[in-house]
Design a protein. Structure first.
Length: 442
């Protein structure tokens, strides 16, 4: 018999989340859309037809745990790579060993956590070994693999999307932690059901956060001879500030700014305020938000309420003057105004349509009638000939053609009937009718 050492009891001293790491699919929480009976990933695992794959999902949903379970089920060597600490040299050394093992019938499963942090050269180093089957590569990422993983490597992997755990999933996980001998089952813990639900909501789908929070709440509980009681005051200290899932350079950044933009476009001030607060409370630069509001004011409101642009620019200045957190109310004011303003995308559509013509007719000459003629030679070449100064006419209008000949009948600005643009629409119709009556000059 081997002699026990102090280090043999390390598991009991490990964090609760580590002690309760599932060892089998039966213990694994959530992801029933992938691991339920008859689902594709479950079938792949059960039939031992493991291929290289990418697990994409938020933190704490079990990406690493699932990779370890797969390695155990397939009886493969499990190698854990960190994209933060591993370089090309380490990758090639491990791949060479994996190739040697393959020749004697031993499979190697290489798990790369945060694979999106590997640069192109590091990702490419895996390619020949994935192609030859020397390794089964499982990468985990919180970022959209379409943007963060090389196309050549991605095309050789199946992508599985792991979802955030539901509040019910996490509550059940917390109950298991309180009962399990590997968890807190050897202690008498007094904690109410609503406290467990509060922890689950705080965790925001992250099992690791939930278990760490429970452990912290228990450690700070009131100890008596009978039990350790988690108090409401102690729990509130543990969850006083929610850590929002928000990477200012990642996909969630673009998801949430898109949600803000589309909520305002849909005239939904409640949703718009929510997404605004999600960004600001997660540490987003208020000036970035303000710049997006300036864009929105012209893209989605435009001529229907030109005051929207003025207010958005004022909000940007207010963010400069006040900074966070004081400028949050300036941005909230602007977001509500933009949400409730009448909507028109005529300026945006007009420019985008015009852009196509501009790019396809870059050499289109300016009509002579509206060219300047500062020199005698230009006048001899008929520059400015026939030009009429609109302010000298009674109607402040002329029938001059200002577009190039090939585009003379094009209409780019088409006003809507929303808000103030209804008046603009009427005015434009009057102008066009007048010009039609008086005829365009050749």
């Amino acid at each position: 018999m081997e002699q026990l050492s102090l280090f043999d009891d390390f598991r009991s001293q490990a964090p609760l989340a580590s002690r309760l790491r599932p060892q089998s699919l039966e213990e694994f929480a959530g992801q029933s859309h992938l691991l339920g009976e008859g689902k594709v990933l479950r079938s792949i695992i059960d039939q031992d037809h493991i291929c290289s794959m990418i697990f994409w999902g938020p933190p704490g949903v079990g990406k690493t745990t699932l990779a370890r379970i797969i390695a155990n089920r397939t009886k493969a060597n499990f190698l854990d790579f960190s994209a933060v600490t591993s370089g090309i040299k380490e990758i090639k050394e491990v791949m060479a060993q994996a190739e040697r093992d393959r020749r004697v019938g031993i499979r190697t499963l290489v798990f790369v956590d945060e694979i999106h942090r590997f640069n192109k050269a590091q990702q490419d180093a895996f390619l020949p070994y994935v192609e030859k089957g020397s390794i089964i590569l499982i990468g985990a990422t919180t970022e959209n693999p379409s943007f963060e993983i090389n196309a050549a490597l991605l095309s050789r992997c199946r992508v599985f999307v792991l979802k955030a755990l539901t509040t019910e999933d996490i509550v059940q996980l917390l109950h298991n932690a309180l009962k399990s001998p590997q968890g807190l089952g050897d202690q008498r813990i007094g904690i109410t059901e609503d406290m467990l639900e509060a922890i689950a909501r705080f965790a925001n789908g992250d099992a690791r956060t939930a278990l760490n929070t429970l452990e912290m709440a228990v450690l700070n509980g009131e100890i008596s001879a009978e039990q350790t009681t988690v108090t409401r005051e102690g729990l509130e200290q543990c969850i006083s500030r929610k850590s929002l899932l928000y990477d200012k350079k990642g996909e969630e950044h673009y998801n949430i700014i898109s949600a803000l933009h589309k909520s305002m476009r849909n005239s939904d001030p409640d949703a718009a305020l929510y997404w605004l607060s999600r960004m600001l409370e997660a540490g987003e630069d208020p000036l970035y938000v303000a710049r997006r509001l300036i864009r929105f004011a012209s893209e989605d409101i435009g001529m229907a309420d030109s005051q929207a642009l003025t207010l958005a620019v004022s909000a940007y200045q207010a963010c400069h003057f006040n900074g966070m957190p004081e400028c949050n109310v300036n941005l909230a004011h602007t977001v509500i105004y933009l949400s409730m303003a009448p909507k028109s995308n005529s300026a945006y559509v007009g420019y985008e349509t015009c852009k196509e013509d501009a790019l396809n007719s870059l050499a289109e000459p300016v009509p002579l009638v509206i060219r300047n003629a500062p020199t005698g030679l230009m006048k001899e070449l008929h520059y400015g000939e026939g030009y009429k100064y609109a302010h000298e006419t009674e109607e402040r209008l002329t029938a001059m053609q200002c577009l190039p000949d090939s585009l003379k009948d094009r209409e780019y600005y088409r006003p809507t009937g929303e808000g103030q643009e209804e008046l603009i629409k009427q005015r434009l119709e009057e102008i066009k009718n007048w010009k039609k009556e008086h005829g365009q000059q050749p």
